[in-house]
Design a protein around this ligand. Structure first.
Ligand SMILES: *[C@@H]1O[C@H](CO)[C@@H](O)[C@H](O)[C@H]1NC(C)=O
Ligand SMILES: *[C@@H]1O[C@H](CO)[C@@H](O)[C@H](O)[C@H]1NC(C)=O
Ligand SMILES: *[C@@H]1O[C@H](CO)[C@@H](O)[C@H](O)[C@H]1NC(C)=O
Ligand SMILES: *[C@@H]1O[C@H](CO)[C@@H](O)[C@H](O)[C@H]1NC(C)=O
Ligand SMILES: *[C@@H]1O[C@H](CO)[C@@H](O)[C@H](O)[C@H]1NC(C)=O
Ligand SMILES: [Zn+2]
Length: 359
């Protein structure tokens, strides 16, 4: 009896040993194929069941699950939310790497108590490590697909090309500018707003919680930029000044880490005009703080950022993102009622002013 159980027990022990070694050594300084990121999500859940849950909130065109990690203290009360998505553009591999680093860091800081523990009592982080799962997997097939950007849905009737640019597919003055109607183009905006299951899943999920979402962060590369709404030059965010101030603060924090310069502004001011982005959609739907991060580099390696830059890129971007998170947390929870009322009044006035100039 014992003799026959022996090998089985040994195998089980070996497996457990292998699993825990794997866990201890998930390497945040290399790029991972989707299957490994998927396993990593399960491991994060397994290791932190008290504050982490996984939610499947949609399916990709190719019917893969779109998952997010919800991270925060369990509470009966309705909590505020911080949204972060990575990997909306397939080839921007540093982006999913950043979301994973971000999750690792906030969990570590939570366990140390202090500010992060305080914030996680008030709010939850909703982190999607890879939004465009189909595209990400496609970009891993080989060198010829490495620079794929879009999702993998087929083009409109009569067009043989694949893929919609998910960051032109949101319902934010969809189709107006900086977008292509050619389904072979990199910036093809789709057949209509939210025509892709990926963009529609994000919109549906966030829309349901929008009253509680303090901040929407969407992570891209490259260019070292922090973009504020709007991509459409005819629109101005009612809290543009505050968005710029908070963005500049984030850029200053980034610079302190490894000396890298990030520029801050609207897309038409510092990159190019565009419509249909998730950042603009989030702001239009009423989420006060919405930013796009364009991580390293500034063009030397572009989308093929070497792995030895993953760690420093994540460290600096983490500082920038946490500056924004601390700001929105402070605004919401520090009882600065007079300040809040004043800025609400300012925002209302600004809305009126802006409406006159809007589309
Ligand atoms: C992660 O991978 C890099 C690049 O291959 C290597 O230099 C580093 O030692 C690895 N780190 C760990 C913790 O295994
Ligand atoms: C991969 O593709 C890039 C351009 O897309 C090219 O410059 C490079 O030489 C290719 N590498 C290999 C190993 O084929
Ligand atoms: C897009 O937004 C407009 C106005 O905000 C709304 O009327 C329309 O129904 C929305 N379309 C979709 C597909 O959500
Ligand atoms: C901005 O407004 C001008 C003037 O009304 C108009 O001609 C132009 O098409 C608008 N641009 C966009 C992107 O909507
Ligand atoms: C790009 O970044 C490198 C450091 O990675 C820096 O030396 C260079 O000056 C930057 N170039 C521009 C145009 O910002
Ligand atoms: Zn991008």
């Amino acid at each position: 009896m014992l003799a026959s159980l022996g090998p089985l027990v040994a195998i089980l022990l070996l497996r457990m040993g292998a699993a825990s070694t794997e866990r201890a050594s998930y390497n945040y300084s290399v790029y991972h194929p989707f299957s490994e990121i998927d396993n990593w999500m399960s491991q994060i859940l397994f290791d932190n069941p008290d504050i982490v849950s996984v939610e499947r909130y949609g399916k990709t065109y190719e019917k893969r699950d779109i998952n997010l990690l919800k991270i925060g203290e369990r509470s009966g009360a309705v909590k505020k939310a911080i949204w972060m998505d990575c990997g909306i553009h397939a080839r921007e591999w540093i982006s999913p790497a950043f979301c994973q680093y971000f999750v690792k860091q906030i969990l570590q800081e939570y366990r140390q108590g202090g500010k992060m523990a305080e914030m996680m009592a008030d709010l939850d982080f909703y982190v999607t490590p890879v939004l465009n799962v189909d595209g990400y997997i496609y970009s891993w097939l080989g060198n010829t697909t490495r620079l794929w950007r879009k999702n993998r849905s087929p083009g409109s009737a009569g067009c043989t090309c694949f893929g919609t640019d998910l960051n032109r597919n949101f319902n934010a003055t969809w189709g107006a500018i900086g977008v292509s109607t050619d389904c072979c183009a990199e910036t093809y905006g789709g057949s209509g707003p939210l025509s892709t299951p990926e963009a529609a899943s994000v919109a549906r999920y966030v829309e349901q919680r929008k009253a509680d979402v303090l901040c929407f962060l969407t992570i891209h590369s490259y260019g070292q930029l922090i973009l504020v709404p709007y991509g459409n030059p005819n629109l101005t965010a009612p809290n543009y000044e505050e968005l710029m101030m908070v963005g500049q603060g984030a850029a200053e924090e980034i610079k302190k880490v490894h000396g890298m310069s990030y520029r801050v502004g609207t897309s038409p001011d510092i990159l190019y005009p565009n419509s249909g982005s998730s950042r603009d959609w989030a702001r239009l739907t009423g989420i006060p703080f919405s930013f796009t991060f364009e991580l390293r580099d500034n063009g030397t390696f572009g989308f093929r950022l070497p792995e030895n830059q993953i760690q420093p890129t994540c460290e600096e971007a983490y500082s920038g993102a946490m500056h924004i998170v601390r700001y929105v947390h402070h605004q919401e929870f520090s009882g600065a009622a007079a300040t809040a009322a004043a800025s609400l009044w300012g925002a209302l006035l600004a809305t009126g002013v802006t409406a006159a100039h809007a589309l």
